[in-house]
Write a protein that binds this ligand. Structure first.
Ligand SMILES: NC(=O)c1ccc[n+]([C@@H]2O[C@H](COP(=O)([O-])OP(=O)(O)OC[C@H]3O[C@@H](n4cnc5c(N)ncnc54)[C@H](OP(=O)(O)O)[C@@H]3O)[C@@H](O)[C@H]2O)c1
Length: 264
């Protein structure tokens, strides 16, 4: 069912993968879109194709969210286009692969800036207004690795644990305000994520079945609209996230390392 009054959604990392699938879903529902990432050309192409299919109005904002001033620059531009932001999809994120001590320090710190700081910063910028209006929805991208340590992807999995913990705590703080926050925690998803992280997607696909970004975004969208705090798309992925409740954490850490080593 389409919206009576068009609402506005900001989607970070909309240029590909799960973010692009979110853009499709919100466009179908009649939202006005604000699409953000670094690749202006890709965002313009997406905006054009959504306009042709759904007559969607989109605004494209190129921004680097791995820079500390990325979130305030983005927020100021959003405010200059729209008085009211109804939904924030905090999706932009990258991974890395390999032993922490062998990684490039600058790239690892930029990943933390993107996966942790920018998510927190954008939430803190949009929340006061949403709370004042007693209306708003936020979705943060976690991962199944939010639930356990993951050797060979230590910094990335820790960043996603942060996102889950932040989301659960803030969801509690927001109860009764009319504003909700949801953590979407997918397992392996068929996007450019693995290539960007320096992993071989074929090898990853041979060790785990990858979900489509469309399915992942749909699960996130449904949970967001219901105000669910945590959603893990797919039964197998959900089972994985329950393992730390049943087995010692050291054992889980050894197993995740074994799985990641198969993709070396
Ligand atoms: N794929 C998986 O298996 C998987 C599993 C669990 C969780 N996730 C999470 O899902 C989210 C989306 O990833 P994806 O799988 O859809 O991967 P993807 O296709 O590589 O998309 C990543 C998005 O983030 C944007 N981005 C990267 N660096 C950025 C920066 N510095 N500033 C602004 N935007 C930036 C990219 O756009 P530009 O390059 O244009 O900037 C792109 O739109 C991430 O948070 C990821 O951690 C993915």
């Amino acid at each position: 069912m389409k919206l009576q009054e068009p609402q506005t959604v900001l989607i970070t990392g909309a240029s590909s993968g799960i973010g692009s699938s979110f853009a499709q879903l919100f466009a179908q529902q009649g939202y006005q879109l604000i699409l953000a990432s670094r690749s202006e050309n890709k965002l313009n192409e997406l905006s054009q194709s959504l306009h042709e299919r759904y007559q969607t109005k989109s605004i494209v904002i190129p921004v680097d969210l791995a820079k500390p001033d990325g979130p305030p620059i983005l927020y100021e531009r959003v405010k200059s286009y729209t008085g009211t932001l109804d939904v924030l999809i905090n999706n932009a994120g990258v991974g890395s692969y390999g032993f922490l001590h062998e990684q490039n320090i600058t790239a690892e710190l930029e990943m933390l800036q993107l996966n942790i700081q920018s998510v927190t910063h954008l939430m803190m910028l949009v929340l006061p207004d949403m709370i004042r209006r007693r209306s708003g929805r936020i979705l943060n991208l976690g991962s199944t690795t939010s639930f356990y340590p993951c050797p060979l992807s230590a910094n990335y999995s820790a960043s996603k644990s942060y996102v889950l913990s932040l989301t659960e705590a803030v969801a509690n703080e927001l109860s009764g305000t009319g504003v909700s926050v949801t953590a979407l925690c997918p397992g392996g998803t068929g996007t450019s994520f693995f290539r960007t992280a320096g992993m071989d997607k074929q090898k990853v696909a041979s060790t785990a079945s990858l979900m489509s970004p469309e399915k992942v975004a749909q699960a996130g969208y449904d949970a967001l609209m219901k105000g669910t705090t945590v959603v893990v798309p797919g039964k197998q992925n959900w089972l994985l996230t329950q393992a730390p409740r049943l087995f010692p954490r050291k054992m889980i850490t050894r197993i995740t390392r074994g799985v990641l080593e198969q993709t070396l």
